[in-house]
Ligand binder design. Structure first.
Ligand code: CP
Length: 340
């Protein structure tokens, strides 16, 4: 594969990238991590501009991208709808066409269920520069690539048969999008991992993507299993990733957007049935003795996970968060590198 093949490429989901391309990101991220540690200059995007549009709050994504652009010698604009004419209804097309004339990539977070991915794709359709997802309602590529980098650092490059449990967990903070577990479900089996997904029946993942994940597993020697038993899912797991997601998967996009208030009410009622879905010390003992605990963060301490787990040596959450920086820089350097 040509090293310059990624110049100009959009990143909406890694499902649309080959494994060779993904491996190029991982290799580049490892190199950028080394250069960052050595305080070695790596101004690969000198004088380039990234426009970041955040429809929702963010700590890791915003700061990994903005710090990353600074370290790469460029600049990131931190934009929110209230700062832009989006708030007066300016279209995705006009936004993309205009920003394309001024900079080198458009990055966007829009997690509204049934809206976010469509919005990003509309930006990409009209943009002459790469469109990079900062998370939508279905995908969070910048998170999952950092997860994969972290897993490789702890478990090596051959991940075939690695037992990973992605579990729903109770949380009161907010109904989190489906995009983190869906992205993990799609990507991990491509690296041969043995993935178990545990969730109460009221919290399914977006059903149209399950066959895609199953095909990824079949083509790459991975495995997928679904259960509604959190204990069973923890048994023997080498990695556990317990986090909340909202019950969006119960609704089609049309149903949800036609009756959002009623859906939210039902989701909240369903949530309260499952307060016992917490990652605690008892459940961690069911897993492999060297199990690692991962979480994309922010975590709802005391609801999703006990302090005794998230603050234990099994937790690799800060490595995972740090790798957001190195992987984000790799994606930006590889996709934004081509245009002067
Ligand atoms: N994991 C993650 O995307 O964090 P932020 O919402 O803080 O960006």
């Amino acid at each position: 594969m040509s090293a310059t093949l990624l110049h100009g490429k959009d990143l909406i989901t890694f499902q649309e990238w080959t494994k060779q391309e993904i491996n190029m990101v991982l290799d580049s991220a490892a190199d950028l991590k080394r250069r960052f540690a050595l305080n070695e200059a790596h101004r690969l995007l000198q004088d380039k501009t990234l426009f970041m549009m955040f429809f929702e709050q963010s700590t890791r994504t915003r700061n990994s991208m903005e710090a990353g652009m600074t370290q790469l010698g460029g600049h990131a604009h931190d934009l929110t709808p209230d700062k832009m004419q989006l708030s007066h209804g300016e279209s995705a097309k006009d936004t993309a066409m205009v920003l394309s004339r001024m900079g080198h990539a458009i990055a966007c977070r829009n997690c509204f269920y049934g809206i976010g991915n469509t919005y990003l794709r509309e930006l990409a359709e009209h943009s002459a520069i790469p469109v990079l997802s900062l998370q939508d309602d279905l995908y969070h590529p910048m998170q999952v690539i950092a997860d994969l980098m972290t897993i490789r650092e702890y478990f090596g490059l051959d991940l075939k048969g690695l037992k990973v449990t992605i579990s729903w967990a109770y949380a009161t903070s907010h109904a989190k999008p489906l995009s983190v577990p869906l992205s993990q479900l799609l990507l991990f089996p491509r690296y041969g991992m043995d993935v178990t997904v545990a969730a109460p029946k009221e919290f399914p993942l977006y059903k149209d993507l399950i066959p895609v994940a199953e095909q990824n597993a079949a083509e790459n020697g991975g495995k997928l299993r679904f259960t509604d038993d959190m204990d069973a899912a923890f048994e023997g797991a080498q990695i556990v990733i317990p986090k909340n997601w909202g019950g969006f998967g119960n609704y089609s996009f049309e149903e949800y957007n036609a009756g959002e208030e009623a859906c939210r009410k039902e989701m909240k009622a369903n949530l309260e049935k499952h307060r016992d879905w917490i990652c605690d010390e008892r459940r961690m003992k069911l897993a492999d003795k060297d199990v690692k605990y991962m979480h994309a963060l922010p975590a709802d301490r005391g609801n999703e996970v006990t302090p005794g787990v998230i603050d234990s040596p099994a937790a690799i959450i800060y490595d995972e968060a740090e790798n957001r920086l190195h992987t984000a820089k790799a994606v930006m350097a590889l996709t934004m590198g081509g245009r002067p």
